[in-house]
Design a protein around this ligand. Structure first.
Ligand SMILES: C[S@@+](CC[C@H](N)C(=O)[O-])C[C@H]1O[C@@H](n2cnc3c(N)ncnc32)[C@H](O)[C@@H]1O
Length: 198
């Protein structure tokens, strides 16, 4: 049975999944998508206003929020964002439950990053154009793109359709949208793309 993205992530919460509270072993495994190399690329500092697209329950936010001026996370799954609110309570972050493509942001960000989420977005061009419009001049975007190109991964009781990310295609879209200094890095399970808004 193929279920939609929100349904899938809401069900993961019902099933007790919260990566913030994973064992150290599992956390180390997740670092294969966005460990130290990814965090360094974010160039975190106390002056930055930061947005995470698809923040989940806050797995990366707990490592980022205290190192920046202000942190915003958006996630389309209502049950996921509720857990994120509780996990991130002490950090005073802004958490938004909506589709990144649909939400009208009232502010711009110095850094926008996302891990393991772009695969759920079909229209990559619209998403990257939106990132451009949400960034300040010279703002940066860092994406972690899963190397797994299986378009209908099986989660046991259900399947979720994904729209795999070709790193070369994503880099070319960044260029077309007006980004510069576009760089690609390869880590264990992901390609990392970093781009700067002109
Ligand atoms: C694989 S999880 C990754 C969560 C988090 N980035 C992490 O690595 O722990 C993907 C998340 O993206 C969210 N998501 C998918 N499409 C989205 C969209 N268009 N706008 C906002 N969130 C989205 C899902 O609800 C889910 O929580």
């Amino acid at each position: 049975m193929i279920v939609d993205v929100i349904d899938h992530y809401d069900r993961l919460i019902d099933e007790g999944q919260d990566p913030v509270n994973d064992s150290l072993e599992l956390q180390a495994y997740m670092n294969k998508w966005d460990g130290e190399t990814f965090i360094k690329l974010l160039e975190l500092d106390k002056s930055k206003k930061v947005l995470e697209i698809g923040c989940g329950t806050g797995r990366l936010a707990v490592r980022v929020a205290s190192h920046v001026h202000s942190f915003y996370g958006i996630d389309a799954s209502p049950k996921t964002i509720e857990i994120a609110k509780s996990n991130l309570y002490e950090f005073h972050v802004e958490l938004i439950c909506d589709d990144f493509l649909a939400y009208q942001f009232a502010e711009q960000f110095d850094l926008i990053y996302s891990s393991l989420t772009f695969m759920h977005i079909q229209n990559k061009r619209s998403a990257i154009e939106k990132v451009y419009n949400c960034l300040t001049k010279n703002g940066i975007c860092v994406l972690s793109l899963d190397k797994n190109q299986n378009s209908i991964p099986d989660y046991g009781t259900r399947q979720v359709r994904i729209y795999p990310d070709d790193p070369e295609e994503i880099m070319s879209i960044f260029l077309k949208c007006g980004f510069c200094e576009i760089e690609k890095y390869e880590i264990d399970h992901a390609y990392l793309i970093k781009a700067k808004r002109k």
